[in-house]
Ligand binder design. Structure first.
Ligand SMILES: *[C@@H]1O[C@H](CO)[C@@H](O)[C@H](O)[C@H]1NC(C)=O
Ligand SMILES: *[C@@H]1O[C@H](CO)[C@@H](O)[C@H](O)[C@H]1NC(C)=O
Ligand SMILES: *[C@@H]1O[C@H](CO)[C@@H](O)[C@H](O)[C@H]1NC(C)=O
Length: 459
C-alpha cells in the first residue's frame, strides 16, 4: 500500500511538470507598495495583483506578507469602493489581499524586520507576520514605489540602498534563505543594486530601470482619474498570467519583459545563473485553474494599451490634472484644476531652485563648478556616506522626500557633489536661508489642496 502511495506521489510530481530539483524548501513572499494617496493608486494595484498571482499558484497566505498603506480600495475617490483593478476593465485584484501591515506600519524599519525574520521586533505590530525562512527556503520579494538614486521611498520616510543590501547580505550570512528573487519597480531602481548587490549570495534581482532612468506608469483610467499600473510590473505580471509557470524560466521572463518594456531598460542583477529556474519556484507551483486564468488573462491585441498610455512616473500628477482639465465641463472646475496645476509646477520650481542654490553654495561661489555639478547627472554613487548624509539633511531640513516625490528628482547633483570630493558637511552646514520656502511652512507638499470636492495629493 505504502508503495502504491509513493508511486502515486511520483506520478503527481511528474505530471505537474516540475523540473526544478525539489530541495524541500518553502517559498516565502514579501510584497511592498511604499506609497499612499490616490495619485499613486497604481503601486498598490500592482502589489495586489502580485498577491493574486501567488495566491492562484497555491502559495498560502501565511507565507505571503503584504505591506501597503491600504488607502486606495476605500478611498473617497474610488468610484468602485472596495475594488482595485490593475488594467482597464480588469478584475478586482484587492479581494482577499492580507492586511499584514497597513497605514503607519508601512515603514522601512518594519520592512527590513519582516524580511529578515525579526519576530521579536514585529511583536504587536500589524499581523506580526515575518519571513520565518531557513537555509533551503526561497524568498520572492516584490517592491513597488517611487525611487531616486540609492533610495526606495516609503510613505513617511525612505529606505536607502545600502540598508537594503546590508540586510540581504546579513540574511545570507545567517542562512535565512537558499535563493532569493527580487522584482523592483521604482525610478532609478537599478541604483539599489549597482555596485551593491553581490553576485555570489544566491540573490537574483530585476529592476524596472537602469540606475539613472525613470520607471513609467501606464493605463490612465479616466473614470478613476489615475494610472492603474506601472509598465514593468504590468509586463511581468501579464506575462505570468499568460504562462505556465512550470515551463517559463526567470531568464525567459527577463528577456521578454526587457523587450516589451520600451520605456526604460529592465536590468538584472546579482547571481544571474539563478535565472535558469522556473517561475514556479518563486511564484507558486500549483497550476491555476482554467477559470482563474481566464479572469486574469489580459487581452492581447494589435496595439499595446499599456505602452500607449505610458508616462514617466514623475509626470503622473501633471498628466492626471491635464486629463481632468480636458474632461471638465464647468468653467469653475477647469479654473480650479488649472490653479492646482500651476501650484504643482510652481512648487517643482521651488524644489529645483533650492537644490541649485545649495549646490552653488557648496561650490563656494564658483559658477562653472556649480553648473557642472548641477548638470552632470549620471554619476554612479561610490561615496555612499556623503550621499546618504546629504540626502538626509535635504529631507530633514528642506523637502520631505516621501511626501514630495518631486524632491527625489533633484538628487543627482548631490551625487556629483560627493563624487567630486565635496563632503557631506559642505552640504549640511549651509544656512537655512538658502532654501526659499513658500509661506505655508516648513516642509512643502507638492500641491495645494484643490477647491473641488475631489482631493488630489501627490502623496
Ligand atoms: C540604515 O543603516 C544605518 C547605518 O547603519 C542605521 O543607522 C539606520 O538605522 C538603518 N536604517 C534602517 C531603516 O534600518
Ligand atoms: C539610511 O536611511 C535611514 C532612513 O530610513 C536613515 O536614518 C539613515 O541615516 C540612512 N543612512 C545610512 C548610512 O544608511
Ligand atoms: C544620463 O542618462 C540618461 C538616461 O539613461 C540619458 O538619457 C542621458 O543622455 C545621460 N546623460 C549623460 C550626460 O550621460
Amino acid at each position: 500500500m505504502k508503495w502504491l502511495a509513493l508511486l502515486a506521489a511520483a506520478a503527481v510530481v511528474a505530471l505537474s511538470g516540475a523540473q526544478d530539483t525539489d530541495d524541500g524548501g518553502e517559498l516565502w513572499a514579501v510584497l511592498v507598495a511604499g506609497s499612499n494617496t490616490w495619485f499613486n493608486y497604481r503601486h498598490q494595484a500592482d502589489v495586489c495583483h502580485a498577491y493574486q498571482i501567488l495566491h492562484q499558484h497555491g502559495v498560502p497566505d501565511d507565507h505571503i506578507i503584504v505591506m501597503m498603506v491600504d488607502d486606495i480600495a476605500h478611498n473617497e475617490e474610488n468610484p468602485t469602493p472596495g475594488v482595485i483593478i490593475n488594467r482597464p476593465g480588469g478584475p478586482d485584484v484587492y479581494k482577499g489581499v492580507p492586511k499584514d501591515y497597513t497605514g503607519d506600519d508601512v515603514t522601512p524599519e518594519n520592512f527590513l524586520k519582516v524580511l529578515s525574520g525579526d519576530v521579536e521586533g514585529m511583536k504587536g505590530v500589524g499581523s506580526g507576520k515575518v519571513v520565518r525562512s531557513g537555509p533551503n527556503d526561497r524568498i520572492f520579494l516584490n517592491m513597488v514605489d517611487h525611487g531616486a538614486p540609492g533610495i526606495f521611498a516609503f510613505p513617511y520616510d525612505y529606505l536607502n540602498a545600502t540598508n537594503l543590501t546590508d540586510t540581504i547580505i546579513g540574511m545570507h550570512r545567517d542562512q535565512k534563505f537558499g535563493e532569493m528573487v527580487m522584482y523592483v519597480e521604482s525610478c532609478e531602481s537599478g541604483s539599489l543594486f549597482h555596485n551593491l548587490l553581490p553576485k555570489d549570495i544566491m540573490v537574483y534581482a530585476l529592476s524596472a530601470s537602469s540606475p539613472n532612468q525613470h520607471s513609467y506608469a501606464c493605463y490612465l483610467d479616466t473614470d478613476r482619474d489615475t494610472y492603474l499600473g506601472d509598465v514593468f510590473s504590468i509586463k511581468w505580471m501579464e506575462d505570468t498570467d499568460r504562462e505556465n509557470l512550470h515551463h517559463e524560466t526567470l531568464k525567459k521572463q527577463f528577456k521578454l519583459v526587457r523587450k516589451e518594456v520600451t520605456t526604460s531598460t529592465v536590468m538584472h542583477w546579482g547571481e544571474i545563473r539563478l535565472d535558469r529556474q522556473h517561475l514556479s519556484k518563486f511564484m507558486g507551483k500549483r497550476q491555476a485553474s482554467r477559470s482563474q486564468q481566464d479572469v486574469y488573462l489580459p487581452i492581447r491585441g494589435e496595439d499595446d494599451p499599456c505602452l500607449e498610455s505610458a508616462v514617466p512616473s514623475p509626470d503622473v500628477p501633471v498628466a492626471i490634472l491635464k486629463s481632468r482639465i480636458r474632461r471638465a465641463k464647468e468653467v469653475a472646475e477647469v479654473d480650479a484644476l488649472k490653479e492646482e496645476l500651476r501650484h504643482l509646477r510652481m512648487n517643482r520650481v521651488i524644489v529645483k531652485v533650492a537644490m541649485t542654490r545649495i549646490i552653488s553654495h557648496v561650490a563656494g561661489g564658483a559658477p562653472r563648478m556649480a553648473s557642472l555639478l548641477v548638470a552632470s547627472g549620471n554619476h554612479t554613487i561610490t561615496r555612499w556616506p556623503c550621499y546618504t548624509a546629504s540626502v538626509r539633511a535635504f529631507h530633514d531640513h528642506c523637502f520631505h522626500l516621501a511626501k514630495n516625490p518631486y524632491a527625489l528628482r533633484v538628487l543627482k547633483p548631490v551625487i556629483s557633489m560627493c563624487e567630486h570630493g565635496y563632503k557631506a558637511e559642505d552640504f549640511t552646514a549651509l544656512p537655512s536661508s538658502y532654501v526659499t520656502r513658500p509661506a505655508s511652512g516648513h516642509r512643502v507638499k507638492e500641491r495645494k489642496r484643490g477647491e473641488g470636492n475631489r482631493r488630489m495629493r501627490e502623496r
